[in-house]
Ligand binder design. Structure first.
Ligand SMILES: Cc1cc2nc3c(=O)[nH]c(=O)nc-3n(C[C@H](O)[C@H](O)[C@H](O)COP(=O)(O)OP(=O)(O)OC[C@H]3O[C@@H](n4cnc5c(N)ncnc54)[C@H](O)[C@@H]3O)c2cc1C
Length: 301
């Protein structure tokens, strides 16, 4: 029986663990794939306070993890598949076993939204990717495309422009949701060509992807684009199917109060998995700190 089990070792979960560890609560962190979550996949984090020239996401997360473990948090690489709330505590099932805890912090983040077009799954890992930082280096000197109109898409296009021969930025609208500084930088970059009011219709190729069929949303006309990579950056979805029967959610994201308490006593949520406006490292860290403090108070009571 742990005092608290934290699900997810991204910035929210690791911050919560620093707080619960320092409060001397026995803390288990369960992580399914990569310590550091989405932040560890990001090349440069430029807006996290304390690093005037930015910091590599993986380096930042390694420090979070070391700090959490210094305060006694135990980390296991196991995927959580179910949580049950019972009279003897909360039961957490993983692909490898079962654990009990007096309280839970869900910090499972969000995963990338899929385009849901023909060829997307077929060419996944053979041209199609959801992470420029992870896969961009495979596309040195060849044309690639990025889909999306938000901060992440613009950021991915700028990152890829340093290695690909050309980057097509495909966006279904005319205007961008991304911040204007990044958009201006993109517009100045001669390697990036905008394809506005267009959507991806099909991903095509042979053994590897080599072209995209686009459709103009205004005229319906189709166009074939020579691209060997497609980076899909169209937002996030909550990574939490099995949670919907446990706690109240909204569009898949968990609803909490301002202390990160969910609809179930002793179950807290923090970070990108919460229903909230801004999904950033700084806000995930704030959520994690609040959840850690709230759990400590809950267990004292
Ligand atoms: C391309 C990209 C660029 C970004 N750039 C910036 C930026 O410059 N600045 C900024 O502030 N933010 C940026 N962000 C956002 C930032 O990465 C997130 O807001 C932040 O990582 C959220 O932290 P989190 O701990 O809530 O979730 P995550 O970082 O997503 O971590 C959640 C963790 O939970 C794990 N998990 C999920 N399901 C399970 C399960 N069933 N069992 C066990 N573990 C599980 C996941 O594997 C993951 O490690 C970027 C995001 C992306 C995708």
């Amino acid at each position: 029986m742990y005092d608290v089990i934290i699900i997810g070792a991204g910035p929210a979960g690791l911050t919560a663990a620093i707080y619960t560890g320092r409060a001397k609560l026995s803390t288990l962190i369960l992580e399914s794939s990569m310590v550091g979550g989405n932040t560890a996949l990001t090349d440069l984090i430029d807006n996290y306070p304390g690093f005037p020239f930015g910091i590599n996401g993986q380096d930042l997360m390694e420090n979070f993890s070391r700090q959490a473990q210094r305060f006694g948090a135990e980390l296991r690489m196991e995927e959580v598949t179910a949580i049950e709330d019972g009279p003897d505590g909360k039961k957490v099932s993983t692909t490898q076993g079962e654990y009990m805890a007096r309280a839970i912090i869900i910090a499972m983040g969000a995963r990338r939204r899929e385009l849901d077009v023909e060829g997307e799954n077929e060419f996944l890992g053979r041209g199609v990717s959801y992470c420029a930082t992870c896969d961009g280096a495979f596309f040195q000197g060849v044309p690639v495309a990025v889909v999306g109109g938000g901060d992440s898409a613009v950021k991915e296009a700028l990152y890829l422009a340093d290695m690909a021969s050309k980057v097509y930025l495909i966006h279904r609208r005319e205007g961008f949701r991304a911040n204007q500084t990044a958009v201006d930088k993109m517009l100045e970059n001669s390697h990036i060509e905008l394809k506005l009011n267009k959507v991806v219709q099909r991903v095509q190729g042979d053994a590897l992807m080599n072209r995209l069929v686009l459709r103009d949303v205004l005229t319906g006309e189709e166009e074939v684009l020579p691209a060997e990579g497609l980076f899909i950056s169209i937002g996030l979805v909550a990574a939490a199917d099995f949670l919907e029967t446990l706690v109240d959610t909204e569009d898949g994201y968990i609803i909490t109060d301002e202390n990160m308490q969910t609809s179930v006593a002793g179950v807290f949520a923090a970070g990108d998995i919460r229903s909230k406006k801004a999904r950033q490292v700084a806000t995930a860290v704030g959520d994690g700190a609040l959840a850690g403090i709230a759990v400590t108070e809950y267990l004292k009571e």
